[in-house]
Design a protein around this ligand. Structure first.
Ligand code: NDP
Ligand code: OXD
Length: 309
């Protein structure tokens, strides 16, 4: 039996229909239809409530309806030997490219400054700036970050990238490991973060590292909220060292209504929507993986628990 669970009952109903059509040989259920947790072999989920996996003694795998698995890896009701499979791109990379491109293009064309000038009724032209004059650093060169870096390089920006292991991407200066990070920070007019949240990356963008960015830089965070120190970011925006931020993810979501960044003129806030799971793509990818399992082959997107992503 395969359990489908997300926080939205309507979404669960839609997934049930799609999976039952795609894989009629399997039995799919929602939480209401489940009487014996020990019957569950696979769980397809996003944001499972605490205790969901309790009693699932025959659980053989969990399919995450998203790319990031940080919350799944921090639970105490999911045995360490149960494999977790995540979505690989599934239409999210293109959405992320658009989200990041919006911020970088706005920075290049001074749109944030013109917005503030408009508020003050100021008519003042700024000198033109071509993409080749803007240095962009992309942290995370995986399924999503790799496509972001390639798209920005194709747009003509000067792109550097950073990852855990070494990468070679045409037109992108790739760095890896702790020393590579400082170079990227020192030389990024726009810093784009598309990293996963892991024990190694949590708190990565702290006051010291953010201060390495050149004066007038912008920060875009669409990875996870706990990678970036919001107080440090706010301090650097207020001192004028940083010019702007575009934030999609936060340590606490929703960002509490009283948080000062909601009203900060240099900050654009979006509610964790940079790249949303596309239902049809997710069903196709997970169905293909369930077919692989039935044939005895290895599914794609297995999470390396020791690395945390
Ligand atoms: P991948 O696992 O494919 O890529 C992760 C990248 O981060 C890899 O390049 C990896 O390096 C790098 N990385 C991991 N740990 C470190 C480290 N310690 N130091 C340096 N680099 C590191 O993930 P995806 O590209 O699919 O997704 C990335 C993240 O984006 C997700 O985990 C999620 O948090 C976030 N996300 C946010 C969304 C949103 O709407 N805001 C939507 C979808 C995803 P290497 O290549 O060497 O392995
Ligand atoms: C994801 C997300 O990780 O939407 O898929 O944040």
């Amino acid at each position: 039996m395969i359990l489908i669970h997300t926080p939205a009952p309507r979404e669960v109903a839609a997934y049930l229909d799609l999976f039952r059509t795609a894989l009629p040989q399997h039995v799919f259920t929602d939480l209401e239809g489940l009487s014996r947790p020990e019957d569950v072999e696979y769980v397809i989920t996003w944001g499972p409530p605490p205790g969901l996996f309790v009693g699932m003694s025959r659980l053989k795998g969990v399919f995450n309806l998203g790319a990031g698995v940080d919350r799944l890896l921090q639970r105490d009701d999911l045995a360490a030997e149960v494999p977790i499979y995540r979505l690989l791109d599934g239409g999210m990379a293109q959405q992320m490219v658009e989200y990041v491109r919006y911020g970088v293009l706005g920075y290049q064309r001074h749109m944030d400054i013109y917005r503030r000038q408009q508020t003050a009724g100021v008519w003042k032209m700024l000198p033109p700036r071509l993409p080749a004059a803007v240095r962009v650093g992309v942290l995370g060169l995986g399924e999503i970050g790799g496509q972001v870096a390639r798209a920005l390089a194709a747009d003509g920006y000067r792109v550097q990238g950073w990852s855990r292991s070494a990468h070679t991407l045409p037109g992108i200066l790739c760095h890896h490991g702790p020393t590579g990070l400082d170079t990227v920070l020192n030389e990024s007019d726009v810093l784009v973060c598309v990293l996963p949240s892991t024990p190694q990356t949590r708190g990565l963008l702290d006051a010291t590292r953010l201060a390495r960015l050149p004066p007038g830089a912008m920060v875009i965070n669409a990875g996870r909220g706990d990678l970036l120190d919001l107080d440090a970011l706010q301090g650097l925006l207020e001192s004028g060292h940083l010019r702007a931020a575009q934030l999609d993810v936060f340590p606490e979501e929703p960002l509490p209504p009283a948080h000062p960044l909601w009203r900060h003129p240099a900050v654009t806030i979006t509610p964790h929507v940079a790249a949303i799971t596309l239902r049809q793509e997710a069903v196709e990818q997970i169905s293909a993986n369930l077919r692989r399992l039935a044939e005895g082959s290895e599914p794609l997107g297995k999470v390396a628990r020791t690395q945390g992503y």
